[in-house]
Design a protein around this ligand. Structure first.
Ligand code: HEM
Ligand code: HEM
Length: 238
C-alpha cells in the first residue's frame, strides 16, 4: 500500500507541488508536538497530572523510536541518508541563504538535518531518564525501582534539567521555521501538514516520498509494544 498523497505532481503557478513528506513523518511530527507540550505542562503541575506525564512520556518514547527507525526504512526523503551532510555542506548552505541563489533542498536542509537529530536524541535521552526518575513523594518512573534510590535521584535531577534543553531546542526549531516564513517567505509548515512542497520543475520526485503504510503501521505498533513491554515487565530490584 502506498501514500495516497503521492499522486502525480500538480502545477501551481510557476512551481510544482511535489510530495516530499510521507504521512508517517507528518503524523508522528504532530503527535510528538502534542506529547511534548503535554509533558512540560504535566511535569510542572505534578500531583495527579503525573499519571498523564508517564503516559505521554511513554508515547513520546515510542514515537521517537519509530522516527529513528523510519530514518532507515522509511520513504527516501525521510531517511537520514537523504539529509545528513557534513559541516562543509552546512556552511555552504548558510552562505547561500545570505547571498542568492539559494540552495534548494527537497528534504531537510544540511543545517536543519542536524537540528532534527539533536531534537530526536534529546527527546530519546530525556524520555529514557524519565523511566528511572522519581519525585521523592508519590510518583516513580516505571523503572525507578529497578535501580538504587540514590541513582534514581541523580537521574531525576538530570531529567529535570534536560527538560529545559529539550524545550530550548524545540523553541529554536519553531523560531527557525518562523524565520523561514517571515524573512525568506518560505512556508515549511504547510508541507509538514499536507505533505507537498512547491518546488521548481525538475526538482524532487514523488517516488521519494512514497512509503508503505503497512510497514509504517507495523513499525509503529512494534515500537509501542516494545516500550509497553519494557515498562510493564521489567521486575523491580531486590
Ligand atoms: C521528552 C520527554 C519528557 C519531558 C520533556 C519531561 C519533562 C519533565 C518535567 C518538566 C518535569 C518536572 C521537573 C521539575 O519540576 O523539576 C518532569 C518530572 C518527572 N518526569 Fe518527565 N518528562 C519527559 C518524559 C518522562 C517519562 C517518559 C517519564 C516516565 C515514564 C517521566 C517521569 C517523570 C517523573 C517521575 C518526574 C518527577 C521527577 C522529579 O520531580 O524530580 N518523564 N518531567
Ligand atoms: C514543540 C515541539 C516540536 C518538536 C519536538 C518538533 C520536532 C521536529 C522534528 C523531529 C522534525 C523532523 C521531522 C522528520 O523528519 O520526521 C521537525 C520538522 C519540522 N517541524 Fe517541528 N517540532 C516541534 C514543533 C513544531 C511546530 C510548533 C511547528 C510549526 C509551527 C513545527 C514545524 C516543523 C516543520 C515545518 C518541519 C520541517 C522542516 C523542514 O522543512 O526541514 N514544528 N520537527
Amino acid at each position: 500500500m502506498s501514500d495516497s498523497s503521492n499522486a502525480s505532481p500538480t502545477v501551481v503557478d510557476d512551481r510544482i507541488a511535489v510530495p516530499v513528506w510521507d504521512w508517517p513523518v507528518r503524523v508522528v511530527h504532530w503527535a510528538m508536538v502534542i506529547c511534548l507540550v503535554g509533558l512540560v505542562i504535566t511535569g510542572l503541575r505534578k500531583g495527579d497530572a503525573m499519571a498523564w506525564h508517564m503516559r505521554l512520556g511513554e508515547a513520546l518514547l515510542a514515537l521517537v523510536l519509530f522516527r529513528i527507525l523510519w530514518g532507515f526504512v522509511g520513504s527516501r526523503n525521510a531517511r537520514f541518508a537523504a539529509f545528513l551532510r557534513g559541516p562543509r555542506a552546512g556552511i555552504r548552505y548558510l552562505r547561500s541563504r545570505l547571498k542568492p541563489p539559494h540552495e534548494i533542498h527537497v528534504t531537510h536542509n544540511p543545517v536543519g538535518g542536524w537540528m532534527v537529530i539533536a531534537l530526536l536524541v534529546a527527546m530519546l535521552v530525556q524520555a529514557t531518564l524519565g523511566l528511572y526518575a522519581n519525585d521523592d513523594v508519590f510518583w516513580d518512573g516505571p523503572l525507578a525501582k529497578t535501580i538504587a534510590k540514590k541513582t534514581s535521584d541523580a537521574l531525576s535531577s538530570l531529567h529535570s534539567r534536560l527538560a529545559w534543553v529539550v524545550v530550548g531546542l524545540a523553541v529554536a526549531h519553531i523560531l527557525a521555521v518562523f524565520v523561514y516564513l517571515v524573512a525568506f517567505r518560505e512556508n515549511l509548515i504547510r508541507p509538514m501538514v499536507v505533505g507537498k512542497k512547491r518546488l521548481p520543475a525538475g526538482v524532487g520526485a514523488a517516488e521519494a516520498a512514497r512509503a508503505s503504510s503497512v510497514k509504517a503501521i507495523a513499525l509503529l505498533a512494534t515500537c509501542a509494544a516494545v516500550v509497553w513491554w519494557i515498562v510493564r515487565t521489567t521486575p523491580a530490584a531486590g
